[in-house]
Design a protein around this ligand. Structure first.
Ligand SMILES: Nc1ncnc2c1ncn2[C@@H]1O[C@H](COP(=O)(O)OP(=O)(O)O)[C@@H](O)[C@H]1O
Ligand SMILES: [Mg+2]
Length: 246
């Protein structure tokens, strides 16, 4: 679905140039649920911005469905981004003056869809994230976990093929984080490809694949390293593969 080849990203601050991504290569297949881990400052958000086409790499190639993004103009890039990619952020980024329903429908409004269709599709998405009873509430009337559900519904309302989430549980407590992870897991089982940035090993362990960034480079570790003990035992009862590798 998506391939990054030797991606570099530099930022120029005045006369100094900092190298933030130093040759990152990765492949994302349809149906993946990938965790990108790494300490603060390791380049996770920079990498996500490139995957999400919010930013261009300084060097390297980005292939989406076998098409090289470098060869597209800005209009084509933003059209692909708006159609194919949904974003979820740590701090929700909901518009405070709009109801939950209007927040969810906003991306469709930008697409010029008819109001009736917008509301229908937005309502469907609110139900998907179990927030249908909160449609008319403002974000300030909702808990953090509920706001993140609204943000996830907004990310999904245009039926993107890829969902990018940058520390989506970073502002939530453990119990609510788990509820959000259960929702992501369900969405992934329904077929949406998810890339999730986190520095929480318990969260990463629930994704299908994990990779770790360290100072702008990918370091690969065996998945088992990431599995906390409680999760390991639950996997052993479910997954024949994990048994075989034991
Ligand atoms: N727009 C920018 N301009 C300059 N430096 C940046 C910019 N964005 C990120 N950086 C720097 O790049 C490094 C990696 O940042 P980031 O990708 O946000 O890492 P992470 O998400 O892993 O914490 C940091 O040192 C950060 O200060
Ligand atoms: Mg970050």
């Amino acid at each position: 679905m998506l391939e990054l080849i030797n991606i570099h990203k530099n930022y120029n601050i005045g006369p100094t140039c900092i190298e933030v991504l130093k040759g990152v290569s990765l492949t994302i297949e349809r149906g993946d649920f990938l965790a990108i881990m790494g300490e603060s400052g390791s380049g996770k958000t920079s990498l996500m911005n490139i995957i999400g086409m919010l930013d261009k790499p300084t060097g390297g190639d980005y292939l989406l469905n076998q098409k090289n993004i470098n060869q597209l103009n800005d209009n084509e890039i933003s059209r692909i981004r708006n159609r194919e990619i949904g974003f979820v952020f740590q701090s929700f980024h909901l518009l405070p003056r709009l109801s939950a329903l209007d927040n969810v429908g906003l991306p469709l409004l930008y697409r010029g869809m008819r109001e009736k269709d917008i509301y229908q599709q937005a309502k469907t998405m609110l139900s998907k994230v179990a927030m249908q009873d909160w449609a008319q509430h403002a974000p300030s009337e909702l808990s953090g976990g509920q706001q993140q559900r609204i943000a996830i519904a907004r990310a999904l309302v245009g039926y993107p093929t890829l969902l990018l989430a940058d520390e989506p549980t970073g502002a939530l407590d453990k119990k609510v984080s788990q509820e959000i992870m259960d929702l992501f897991t369900q969405l992934n089982q329904e077929g949406i490809t998810i890339v999730l940035i986190t520095h929480d090993p318990d969260i990463a362990a629930q994704c299908k694949n994990q990779l770790e960034l360290h100072r702008g480079q990918i370091i690969q570790r065996p998945p088992r390293y990431l599995l906390p003990r409680w999760h390991y035992s639950s996997i052993l009862t479910r997954a024949p593969l994990a048994l075989q590798s034991k």
